[in-house]
Design a protein around this ligand. Structure first.
Ligand SMILES: [Fe+2]
Length: 246
């Protein structure tokens, strides 16, 4: 009689592999659309530390119209955040990069000697979600010419991707690293992003996983996804390189 009871028992969910490094978030207060106060930043940092992260490379937007950040604004914000984190008993290692928007000022940014690269190696970039920039390939070359490797932020979120096999392969040929957002697997950014991230997962094209945390809700979604079936699959299908940045 006991057997059917055990049979009906819900399969216990296993937590997937822990990531020690996150390389995409918006946690420097007040300089982009992420955290808006020190209090909010500290709470998000505590949340990420509780999820097992040991190091965060925070990546504020650099976008000429909306977020005219520079190495100066980012590094000064980082210094204050590090101080506050330390005073509040947070032991996460904190660094900064940036998320560069491919706009008309992008070439200018790459010419400057103050590029905020992740681990001094990768330039994280994003573009319009709706239309592929005409000069996207030249922009990717410019990153290489500046001595860095291009890393595309959340390739699954660009609605202009109509032929994923062909378009993603082309980016790979150009040497682009793909950083997908873990939350895309849960449908946090809509159905199309979820379908595209599943494509990238099955094709083994994912290089890095990002939290892209701006606010608390994304932290909650992230903590649920760590227990999902699909999260385990990411590590079976891809070589995830986050922890090389420790
Ligand atoms: Fe972002």
């Amino acid at each position: 009689m006991l057997f059917p009871f055990f049979k009906r028992r819900k399969k216990e969910k296993r937590r997937g592999p822990k990531l020690r490094v996150d390389l995409h978030s918006h946690l420097i207060p007040g300089i982009d659309d992420g955290s808006q106060s020190m209090e909010e930043s500290l709470s998000l940092l505590r949340g990420l530390e509780a999820l097992g992260y040991e190091k965060l490379v925070i990546t504020p937007h650099i976008m000429s119209d909306s977020y005219p950040n520079s190495a100066k604004t980012i590094l000064s914000g980082l210094a204050t955040l590090k101080e506050e984190a330390k005073e509040n008993g947070i032991s996460l290692q904190l660094e900064a990069g940036a998320e560069y928007y491919l706009d008309e000022c992008f070439f200018e940014e790459m010419r400057k000697d103050e590029i905020m690269a992740i681990g001094n190696r990768y330039v994280l970039f994003e573009s319009s979600y709706i239309s592929k920039p005409l000069q996207i390939e030249e922009m990717i070359f410019a990153i290489g010419e500046a001595g860095y490797e291009p890393m595309m932020a959340h390739p699954e979120r660009y609605r202009y991707i109509k032929n994923p096999e062909k378009e993603y392969r082309r980016f790979k040929e150009l040497g682009v690293q793909f950083q997908v957002n873990i939350n895309s697997f849960g449908g946090h950014y809509g159905k199309q992003a979820e379908a595209l991230v599943n494509f990238l997962n099955e094709a083994g094209m994912i290089d890095f996983l990002g939290s892209d945390v701006h606010h608390k809700k994304q932290l909650d979604t992230l903590s649920e996804l760590f227990y999902s079936e699909v999260y385990h699959k990411i590590f079976e299908n891809n070589t995830i390189k986050n922890d090389m940045l420790l």
